[in-house]
Design a protein around this ligand. Structure first.
Ligand SMILES: Cc1ncc(COP(=O)(O)O)c(C=O)c1O
Length: 446
């Protein structure tokens, strides 16, 4: 927009400024917003240096080699020091970490794990592959587990709760942890989308028995692929270590130790390589700065838009612990949510072609239970239909996984919108987002 246009205060000019780009008006901006990959924007010399060290040492395996650089070891130690965990273990992905968590807790046929309806496919996948049955729990206005529905869903087969800190921020985690303690249920925190987040000063992953993280490209820090499992209990951690490897722990020399009967298990080969460890180490050192950038931008946007008629935001119980990666919004109904997002994209409030920076929740794929065909249709990896057909799992036959099972989830799925907050937004980007949302809200919402 040029200076002359800005100073033109005639009613015609005002009308033109208000006309949505989707209806032929002038867009708020012409450049795309940055991609939504938080850690990727910060990859630089530090990552290159650590990865180069591994390559130069010709030692990409963590447990031994020509001249092992101990990148994964260092990452685990610094992770514990930064977030207050007793144990941390680098693994190959968040999906692997979740599977390891289920097996470490000894879950299987006859057991039920409570999982929110807004999560990621890896969450139910981990439960099903353990042989246990997932039971869906509704969310509340935090977009995380609703403690009231959690209480309602606890039954005689419930053994664990998988709480997912969705879209960058924890929900009512203290209340959820208290319910788990009262009912003697294991609590696994999926912190894949919330690395660097906290609740009441306590880091995510420290509220339950096991916490898991992902370092896949979309996450707050990245090693391309990778993840972390954290836990405070020594015996549980020994199982986690054995399970992530070949079913056994290792000696100090890095060789498999098959002597301890309590850790003669079946591992899944999900070790973290030194190359991923080097990337993740450089990234974790930047995590506070990445999170501060996203949180600052997100809350500037949110505070500027608070009170906009027809637009509501996800409740974040502790904004100081929000990583700021995502702005979750709810519109009055599905039609207006679609129009709102389409109009925003036309205003240039969107990432580059192919990005998922500005979307309706309908476009958010396998994050919603009813969009996961393997769950809805109870698919199996084996011919016998396991674990759904296992006699010990007969209790789960009546459970419903199709759209309609969770009213609050379905409502927010239909009329929600998501804006990814990039980790490198400039002041102009933030101002444009605020202006764009205001303009669209004025035209589209009541
Ligand atoms: C909530 C959640 N859990 C688990 C995962 C799985 O992580 P990964 O992609 O590293 O396997 C992801 C991301 O993909 C996620 O968003």
């Amino acid at each position: 927009m040029d200076a002359a246009h800005l100073t033109d205060t005639t009613p015609a000019a005002a009308q033109d400024a208000d006309r949505l780009a989707i209806d032929g008006g002038t867009p708020v901006r012409n450049r795309p917003l940055p991609w939504e990959f938080p850690g990727a924007h910060w990859i630089g010399e530090e990552e290159l240096d650590l990865v180069t060290r591994v390559v130069k040492a010709r030692s990409p395996f963590r447990f031994y080699g020509l001249d092992a650089q101990k990148m994964v070891d260092t990452l685990e130690q610094e992770w514990c020091a930064a977030f207050g965990h007793r144990h941390a273990l680098g693994v190959s992905s968040g999906t692997a970490a979740l599977a390891i968590a289920m097996w470490a807790l000894d879950l299987g046929p006859g057991d039920e794990v409570l999982v929110p309806g807004y999560m990621w496919v890896s969450c139910v996948s981990a439960v099903v592959r353990s042989g246990a049955i997932p039971r869906l729990v509704d969310i509340d206005d935090t977009f995380c587990i609703d403690p009231q529905d959690l209480k309602r869903k606890i039954g005689p087969h419930t053994r664990a709760v998988l709480c997912v800190h969705m879209s960058g921020a924890p929900g009512n985690i203290a209340e959820i942890a208290a319910i788990c303690r009262e009912h003697k249920l294991a609590l696994v925190e999926d912190c894949a989308q919330a690395a660097g987040g906290s609740s009441q000063g306590r880091a995510v992953g420290r509220h339950g028995d096991i916490g898991i993280f992902s370092f896949q490209l979309n996450k707050n820090m990245t090693s391309g692929d990778g993840g972390m499992v954290v836990c405070e209990d020594d015996a549980l951690f020994r199982r986690i270590v054995a399970l992530h490897d070949l079913g056994y722990p290792r000696t100090d020399a890095g060789r498999l130790d098959t002597t301890d009967a309590s850790t003669q298990l079946w591992g899944i080969g999900a070790r973290m390589s030194e190359l991923a460890g080097a990337m993740a180490l450089a990234q974790m050192r930047k995590l506070p700065a990445i999170v501060a950038a996203m949180r600052g931008a997100k809350w500037r946007i949110r505070e500027a838009l608070e009170g906009t008629p027809g637009l509501s935001f996800r409740h974040v119980p502790d904004p100081a612990g929000d990583t700021g990666a995502t702005l979750l919004m709810a519109l009055p109904d599905e039609a207006r949510a679609r129009r709102f997002v389409e109009a925003l994209r036309a205003e240039g409030i969107n990432g580059p072609q192919g990005s998922l920076t500005c979307i309706t929740m309908r476009e958010w794929g396998l994050h919603w239970y009813s969009n996961i065909p393997s769950l809805v249709h109870r698919r199996s990896n084996s011919r016998d239909g396991y674990p759904w057909t296992h006699p010990a799992n007969a209790f789960g036959q009546e459970y419903d996984y199709a759209l309609g099972a969770l009213p609050r989830c379905d409502d927010l799925h239909a009329r929600g919108a998501l804006m990814a907050i990039s980790s490198n937004l400039g002041d102009q980007d933030v101002d444009d987002i605020i202006r764009g949302i205001r303009k669209v809200a004025r035209a589209v919402l009541p």
